[in-house]
Design a protein around this ligand. Structure first.
Ligand SMILES: Nc1ncnc2c1ncn2[C@@H]1O[C@H](COP(=O)(O)OP(=O)(O)OP(=O)(O)O)[C@@H](O)[C@H]1O
Length: 278
């Protein structure tokens, strides 16, 4: 089934109309070919207007997709509904070939294991080493408890964790306690941990929100590059319009509970997106 089409945010007028190009609709993708397809998604926390009110879109393997919108527009809610970390109130979600809403708990856990999550707060275990934290990323894809603490991890797993750390430029900090890292270093470790999970899709909720502009730019660039190099699909929320434009090929935007934009990033300008925030 075809998905929602892009809807321009505003009609350009006056002088702006002469210079502003209309957002280019993102290509449609069939639901059964999509990595993530969301249809008529509704989320209501309380009585009254739902936070998400009939949101729909779909994207394919290897795409980098950003999700923007004002504070409280429902970005985190949407991201977490996709894996049912937040239960949707209505609508359909297809993720990595599975219909998410009817999935029983065990199959849902298996599906979540295929999705690497990176949050604004990196959620590392502070008293454990950086390497052990990265090894935890493999927990989702192994059976049997406890085998991923560093002492028991196989040589192969340790080598893989070190490789993930190398990729984020932190191999030399493998033995350091995680609570001795800077914010930027911690977020790199969180990315290494997500890679260790060998995910098919990376989802990130404001991954660099706590970092200063330079570190945020560097970490976001690294994140997007690693996803691209591994052929991973990337879906991230952000308040940095330049990150949405620089590090995704496609920009989704929420406003008033609806999808207000679904457009290719190339050709969009930060100025074109300001109306989302009024
Ligand atoms: N557990 C909850 N119970 C009730 N309301 C909630 C809950 N979680 C979120 N909300 C409300 O839902 C709305 C959307 O929140 P959400 O965190 O998804 O927005 P957001 O776009 O990610 O915001 P921000 O950019 O500030 O992080 C907000 O009005 C918020 O107060």
């Amino acid at each position: 089934m075809a998905t929602d089409v892009a809807r321009p945010l505003t009609e350009p007028s006056g002088a702006a109309a002469e210079t502003a190009a209309a957002p280019r609709p993102a290509p449609r993708i069939a639901r059964d070919k999509a990595i993530l397809a969301v249809e008529g998604l509704i989320k209501r926390y309380e009585i009254g207007e739902p936070v998400l009110n009939g949101v729909g879109f779909a994207f394919g393997a290897g795409e980098a997709v950003s999700l923007i919108g004002a504070n409280g527009s429902g970005k985190s809610t949407l991201l977490h509904c996709c894996t049912r970390l937040i239960e949707p109130s209505g609508g359909r979600i297809r993720l990595l070939g599975d219909e998410v809403t009817p999935l029983p708990p065990r199959r849902l856990r298996r599906l979540r294991a295929r999705v690497g999550l990176v949050f604004q707060k990196h959620n590392l275990v502070g008293r454990l080493s950086v390497l052990t934290n990265v090894l935890h990323g493999a927990q989702a894809r192994q059976s049997g408890p406890g085998s991923w603490c560093q002492a028991f991890a196989t040589k192969t797993a340790r080598e893989e964790a070190l490789h993930c750390l190398e990729q984020v430029g932190l191999a030399d900090l493998a033995a350091r306690r995680a609570d001795r890292l800077s914010g930027g270093q911690s977020q790199r470790v969180a990315i290494a941990r997500a890679l260790m999970q060998r995910p098919e899709l990376l989802m990130a909720d404001e991954p660099v929100a706590s970092l200063d502009p330079k570190a945020g730019q560097e970490v976001m660039a690294l994140f997007a590059e690693l996803a691209r190099a591994r052929g991973l699909t990337l879906f991230f929320t952000t308040h940095h319009l330049e990150h949405a434009l620089d590090f995704s090929e496609r920009v989704l935007a929420l406003k008033g509970g609806r999808l207000a934009l679904d457009a290719t990033a190339s050709g969009l300008r930060a100025d074109d997106l300001q109306s989302l925030y009024v």
